[in-house]
Design a protein around this ligand. Structure first.
Ligand SMILES: Nc1nc2c(ncn2[C@@H]2O[C@H](COP(=O)(O)OP(=O)(O)OP(=O)(O)O)[C@@H](O)[C@H]2O)c(=O)[nH]1
Ligand SMILES: [Mg+2]
Length: 327
C-alpha cells in the first residue's frame, strides 16, 4: 500500500506531538502541577525533561527534512501578447537568478535543452540582436531547480516555465487555424489551466499606445482566468482562485522616471490601472494572491547597450520571488 507524503507527514507529526504530550503529562503528574517545582526535583529528572524537549525538536527537524527530500513541482505560465517581451524576460531572468543567491533563493537551470537555449539566446542578445518571435506550435519549456529558505528549513522546487507564442492572445478568431483547434482545446490553454502560478505580461509601450486591441486582450485574459477558476474550484466556482496571479508590466524602461527610481510614479501607476481596469478589478476580486510588477528586462531602451554587454535588468526577479514566497 502506498501512502501520500502529506499523509505520512501528518501521521509522524501526530506521533511526535502525542509523545510530547504524554511526556509532559507524566512529568507534571509526578512532580506537581507547576513547572516551578522543577527546582525540587533532582538533577536527573530535570535532565530527562530537557531530553524530551530535545527529542521533540529533533523529531520536528527530521520530519521537515523528510517532507522536503523530494522537490515540489511548480509550473509557471508566462502569458502575454506577441512582442510583450516574454522570451527576452525569461532569458534575463535565468541569467539574474543563476548569478547569485537572492534572498535565500538558489536557482539553476535543469536539463541540457534549457541550458543550451538560455546560452544561445544570451549570445544572441550580447551580439545586439533580440530573439526571433515565438510562433504558434513553437513553445519552449524552461526547466530549473530552485531551493528557497534558510539553511535548516529550505524547500526544493522543480520549476517549469513555458514560453508560448503571444499570438494565441492576439488572434481575432477563437479558432486557431495553425493548429486546427479552438482556443480552449490548444496545448497553450491546457497548460495555463494546469499551472500553479500565472504571470500575465503586458508591455508598457502597448499600454500607453491607446490601442483598441487592449480591450479584446483583457476579455480573453478574463475569460481564461474564469475557466481556470471553474476548473480549480469545481465545487464552488464563486470561491477565490488560490493560484497566484501576477500582472507584469514589461519594458518599463521606456518611462524615464522608472529608469531612475525603479518604480513608476503614482500618476503612471494610476494611468496603467485605468487602462487595465477590467483585468485588474477582476484579479483583485477573484484571486486570493494578486500583485502588479513593473519590470524591465534590459534596463534601457537603447539596443547599443547589448553590444557593450551593459544591460541592467530592473525588478525582474520580483515575480518569481513572490511566487516562491520569498518576496
Ligand atoms: N525597451 C525594451 N524593449 C524590450 C524589452 N524586452 C523586449 N523588448 C522588445 O520587445 C521585442 C519582443 O520581445 P520578445 O521577448 O521576443 O517578445 P515575446 O513576448 O516573446 O513575443 P512572441 O514570441 O511573439 O510571443 C524585442 O524584440 C525587443 O524589441 C525590454 O525590457 N525593454
Ligand atoms: Mg517569444
Amino acid at each position: 500500500m502506498k501512502f501520500s507524503r502529506k499523509f505520512l507527514f501528518f501521521v509522524l507529526m501526530t506521533l511526535v506531538l502525542l509523545t510530547f504530550i504524554i511526556t509532559i503529562s507524566v512529568f507534571v503528574s509526578n512532580y506537581g502541577n507547576t513547572l516551578l517545582e522543577l527546582k525540587n526535583t533532582n538533577l536527573w529528572e530535570a535532565l530527562l525533561f530537557l531530553l524530551s524537549i530535545g527529542s521533540l525538536i529533533f523529531g520536528f527537524f527530521n520530519i521537515f527534512e523528510l517532507s522536503n527530500r523530494h522537490p515540489q513541482s511548480l509550473t509557471l505560465a508566462l502569458i502575454g501578447p506577441s512582442g510583450s517581451g516574454k522570451t527576452v524576460y525569461l532569458t534575463m531572468l535565468y541569467k539574474e537568478l543563476e548569478a547569485g543567491n537572492l534572498k535565500g533563493l538558489m536557482f539553476s537551470s535543469y536539463g541540457v535543452d534549457t541550458t543550451k537555449k538560455v546560452a544561445e539566446l544570451l549570445n544572441l542578445l550580447a551580439s545586439g540582436f533580440f530573439p526571433p518571435r515565438t510562433y504558434i506550435g513553437d513553445h519552449f519549456l524552461y526547466q530549473a531547480v530552485a531551493k528557497y529558505g534558510t539553511k535548516i528549513f529550505s524547500r526544493r522546487y522543480r520549476v517549469q516555465i513555458a514560453d508560448y507564442a503571444g499570438e494565441y492572445l492576439n488572434l481575432d478568431d477563437q479558432y486557431i487555424e495553425q493548429e486546427n483547434k479552438w482556443f480552449q482545446d490548444t496545448d497553450f490553454f491546457k497548460y495555463v489551466i494546469s499551472s500553479d502560478s500565472i504571470l500575465i505580461m503586458i508591455d508598457y509601450p502597448r499600454l500607453i499606445s491607446g490601442t483598441n486591441a487592449l480591450a479584446k486582450l483583457q476579455n480573453i485574459l478574463v475569460a481564461s482566468l474564469t475557466s481556470l477558476i471553474e476548473t480549480k474550484n469545481t465545487v464552488d466556482p464563486s470561491l477565490p482562485l488560490s493560484t497566484p496571479v501576477g500582472i507584469v508590466i514589461s519594458q518599463m524602461d521606456m518611462d524615464p522616471i522608472f529608469r531612475e527610481d525603479h518604480t513608476p510614479n503614482a500618476e503612471t501607476q494610476m494611468e496603467i490601472r485605468k487602462i487595465l481596469d477590467r483585468l485588474i478589478t477582476f484579479c483583485e476580486i477573484r484571486c486570493k494572491h494578486f500583485r502588479i510588477f513593473y519590470v524591465s528586462s534590459i534596463g534601457s531602451p537603447i539596443l547599443q547597450q547589448w553590444i557593450d554587454k551593459k544591460a541592467h535588468p530592473i525588478n525582474i526577479t520580483d515575480p518569481i520571488l513572490w511566487i516562491l514566497g520569498a518576496g
